[in-house]
Design a protein around this ligand. Structure first.
Ligand code: DGJ
Length: 563
């Protein structure tokens, strides 16, 4: 009897501990960075709240030396970055097979924490800019165990083949060890997300022609792709849908039977030259990277993504750009074969910035720009991309190059246009995040080729153009506008005029400016500055009704109606 009581009590105690550790586990899982939908937007959730990454990416070798980074952290803070994208390379963390060294990862987390900066880690491993240059020597040298891709002539190239199962497993093992390490070490969730590999894809050949690749290309398409095509036949990307329908909407057959024999148009970079080869490579890169991502997620479940070197006038088809990488025209292959990857993202160095962002904002793909240009150009584009496409973050490349002031000297006034823009965005981020995905916010982008933009927002038609057209010679003007009430808007703009007209003229067809305040957000609270009127606004029948925003400012306008 006594024994039974004792047993009973013990099982209650055990149950209690199981319950408590279950709670702790759930709390821990809840506070890990994650993605959440709000209307049509996807937001990054950090410590339970949406977070806007005002970021920059470091040069590739910055984090390989702690002393170098000691000088970088304060500069990042001066530039108003709240997040830094920084690489961790396979060669440094696993110099000998199975022996891991995370000293530099520790230093990075410490440096970031001390500076109040969050991190997005770039996992440089099997591939970086198409090539395979960041794997450890024991991988580089063992070309039998870790086979290279081959060109049409059967010559190996310095790119790991996606058909190397051993390569995939070795990379996955290292990635899982890294994710396990940060799961234990990164208790404050300084690391928000991880990019798996960097700008991968085949270069200098339209596809991998190794024997394994040839066999796969001439064999049936994989079963999961066949299922994906049947399941998603009405919601494929238009590029894929077109070739698939043209070739008979088949769900079985070889790659060329299902997607057609590729053509080449040397005169038109937008043509879908070698598209079947690109789809084939994309499926196989995605399968390989999806396996690595899944192994990492098991250890530490935070958002994982991939980035792309894009097709453009200088890189017109697969092999000229890294073919099979996560480009928008092969988004379906990635969605099919890499479910552990949460989103695809573009590195935008091509001139058609707006078009690229639009192409990635499809099929519910969460929006993030991990690499692009900064400066004046980036400062306008970031505002548009946040307002128009609900991006979770923006990150110009090579940000450790921008020295606002030597680290040893006191901070000078901010002169970098992106830093000033980030400062205003940071104050306003709570309001922006509240409005993401709800149809109450729009982006403004005025360029030399498209000097005027018009759309409807709430009760008004909004028109934006440049405050000085000469400025468009060097950089676009940009902004974002939020509808606060039926006659009230707030605009964060650079070098713009923003005019309003009634959407439905009705009984009160005429409008005027009631008040315009410039101001800033301090700790998220609107703090008005000057009341703008006269020369500082547009409030005449001659020039229209609205805001004058030369330079960078936040302005809040209320309009009134009359007849
Ligand atoms: C794109 C790559 O992803 C970066 O790592 C870096 O190499 C830049 N290109 C250099 O412009």
């Amino acid at each position: 009897m006594l024994y039974l009581n004792y047993k009973n009590r013990m099982s209650k105690v055990i149950l209690f501990f199981v319950f408590i550790s279950g709670l702790a586990f759930t709390a821990e899982a809840q506070s890990l960075p994650s993605l959440r939908k709000q209307g049509v937007a996807t937001q990054l959730i950090v410590e339970g709240k949406p977070y806007l990454m005002l970021a920059g990416e470091l040069h590739n070798s910055a984090c390989s030396n702690v002393e170098y980074m000691d000088g970088v952290w304060p500069r990042m803070k001066q530039l108003n970055m709240n997040t830094i994208l920084a690489p961790v390379s396979w060669e440094l963390v696993e110099p000998e097979e199975g022996k891991f060294d995370f000293t530099l990862v520790d230093a990075m987390i410490q440096g970031a924490e001390k500076s109040g900066i969050k991190l997005v880690i770039l996992w440089f491993a099997s591939w970086k800019n198409g090539g395979s240059i960041y794997m450890p020597s024991w991988v580089k040298k063992d070309y039998k165990r870790f086979p290279r891709a081959m060109n049409r002539e059967g010559t190996s190239i310095e790119i790991l083949s996606t058909f190397g199962e051993e390569s995939m497993k070795a990379d996955a093992k290292a990635f899982a060890a890294f994710m396990k390490y940060i799961h234990e070490r990164d208790r404050n969730h300084t690391i928000l997300m991880v990019q798996v590999e960097n700008e991968m894809g085949i270069l200098n050949t339209i596809r991998d022609f190794s024997p394994a690749a040839n066999k796969a290309f001439n064999g049936p398409i994989p079963q999961d792709l066949s299922t994906y095509l049947s399941k998603n036949k009405n919601q494929l990307t238009p590029e894929l849908q077109k070739v698939w329908i043209e070739n008979g909407s088949r769900t079985t057959g070889t790659w060329e039977e299902v997607f057609g024999r590729s053509t080449l148009d040397v005169n038109n970079w937008r043509a879908m030259s070698f598209y079947t080869e690109e789809l084939f490579m994309a499926y196989h890169y995605a399968r390989y990277v999806g396996h690595i991502a899944q192994a990492g997620k098991k250890e530490h479940n935070i958002p994982l993504f991939v980035n792309a070197w894009l097709k453009g006038p200088d890189y017109p088809w697969t092999g000229r750009f890294p073919g099979g990488g996560p480009l928008p025209q092969v988004m379906d292959m990635w969605r099919c074969a890499a479910p552990a990857i949460d989103f695809l993202s573009p590195d935008i160095y091509v001139p058609h910035f707006r078009e690229v962002v639009e192409q990635y904002d499809r099929l519910g793909n969460p929006m993030f720009i991990p690499e692009t240009r900064g400066g004046d150009v980036g400062a306008s584009r970031v505002l548009w991309a946040i307002g128009e496409h609900n991006i979770m973050g923006f990150s110009p490349f090579g940000i450790d190059r921008i020295r606002r002031t030597p680290a040893s000297q006191p901070a000078a006034p901010v002169t970098d246009p992106l830093a000033s823009t980030y400062e205003l965005l940071d104050g306003m981020s709570e309001l922006i995040l509240q409005h993401q995905g709800k149809g109450t916010m729009r982006g403004l982008l005025v360029e030399k080729e498209s000097p005027k933009q018009t759309f409807e927002l709430g009760n008004y038609i909004v028109t934006a153009d440049a405050s000085m057209t000469q400025l468009l010679e060097t950089a676009p003007a940009g902004g974002l506008i939020i509808q606060l009430g039926s006659d009230e808007y707030i605009v964060l703009g650079r070098n713009l005029n923003v005019r309003f007209a009634p959407r439905i003229p009705g009984d009160l067809p005429l409008i005027g400016v009631d008040k315009v305040y410039e101001g800033v957000f301090k700790n998220g609270i609107w703090t008005p500055g000057r009341l703008l009127n006269g020369d500082e606004t547009h409030c005449s029948t001659f020039s229209g009704t609205g805001l004058k925003m030369p330079g960078l400012s936040i302005q809040r306008i209320t309009l009134y109606r009359y007849k």
